[in-house]
Design a protein around this ligand. Structure first.
Ligand SMILES: NC(=O)c1ccc[n+]([C@@H]2O[C@H](COP(=O)([O-])OP(=O)(O)OC[C@H]3O[C@@H](n4cnc5c(N)ncnc54)[C@H](OP(=O)(O)O)[C@@H]3O)[C@@H](O)[C@H]2O)c1
Length: 270
């Protein structure tokens, strides 16, 4: 049975990685999926591959940094399908540099995408989601729960996202809105090659072995399963769970272990 038949799902950052895989997973389970990102060529490729499976998809070019684009994304979705059941807040970028070498504009760039992009989409989607007693899925990170050296802006954006979504859940708990916050560990995708360096340029090469990571497809499949079960929180990989547990109970020890682990990366910046 197609469990999301007649449901409408928006996925931001659907042109690559976890977002693309979520869009595919929801579409294959019967949802009508709105694909949002900046790169329409990539979105078109995703749409074409899903069209072959008779999935129903719709593209809305969206830069989540722009409040007017986020408003338009929700408007176009309602015009096209008349409802919205699930908003997957996934669009995101990363950075890699120590804070004292980091151009301050990069902090804003990361916050504008990972945090304010989420805020804008939630704001315009909320009335429609409330009508359906719908669901917001926020793709945060283990970095929403623990620190990560060399990633100050990224960690700040994900902590902010966690705080925002966990509060939105309580504010709307009597109105039927569900909120699931997802904390992936390192997942194979483009995010590390596109991560901004101290000068704001993509660092181009990933500093980690992507082959050893969970795949975006696996993350997406677990997200969709957890959304069916109505989970509120999803944290991936035993290493990620261990890091969160250690940081909450033994923060000073965790600081040293995280430093040691991250300093093994190629060209670690600290
Ligand atoms: N991969 C990991 O290790 C990992 C771990 C934990 C959490 N996450 C989170 O997972 C999410 C997806 O990342 P990913 O790993 O799948 O990376 P990815 O392959 O680089 O995909 C990022 C997606 O975000 C979109 N995006 C970036 N800036 C945008 C903007 N201003 N407006 C609209 N869309 C934008 C990109 O599309 P366009 O460039 O076409 O706009 C792309 O579709 C992110 O929030 C990331 O923080 C990833």
């Amino acid at each position: 049975m197609k469990i999301f038949k007649n449901k409408v799902v928006i996925v931001t950052g659907a042109s690559s990685g976890i977002g693309e895989a979520c869009a595919r997973e929801f579409a294959l389970n019967g949802a009508k999926v709105v694909l949002a990102a900046r790169n329409t060529e990539r979105l078109h490729d995703v749409k074409v591959s899903l069209d072959k499976t008779s999935a129903e998809t719709f593209i809305v070019q969206t830069d989540v940094q722009k409040v007017e684009d986020c408003e338009r994304l929700i408007q176009k979705t309602i015009e096209q399908y008349g409802r919205l059941d699930i908003l997957v807040i996934n669009a995101g970028i990363s950075m890699r540099a120590v804070f004292d070498e980091l151009d301050i504009s990069i902090v804003k760039e990361v916050m504008d995408t990972n945090f304010f992009g989420a805020v804008y989409c939630s704001k315009f989607a909320l009335p429609h989601l409330l009508k359906q007693k719908g669901l917001i899925i926020g793709v945060s990170s283990i970095s929403g729960l623990t620190p990560l050296p060399g990633r100050t802006a990224y960690v700040a954006s994900k902590h902010a996202l966690d705080g925002f979504l966990n509060t939105l859940r309580i504010e709307n708990m009597k109105k039927g809105l569900k909120v699931m916050v997802v904390h992936p560990g390192f997942t194979a995708s483009n995010i590390r090659s596109l991560a901004l360096n101290a000068e704001g340029e993509p660092q181009k090469e990933t500093p980690r072995n992507e082959d050893k990571m969970m795949t975006s497809e696996k993350v997406a499949s677990l997200i969709v399963k957890a959304s069916i079960k109505g989970e509120r929180n999803l944290t991936f990989t035993w290493k990620g769970k261990l890091a969160v547990w250690l940081y909450n109970r033994f923060p000073s020890l965790a600081d040293r272990l995280i430093y040691h682990e991250m300093s093994k990366e190629t060209d670690a910046p600290f």
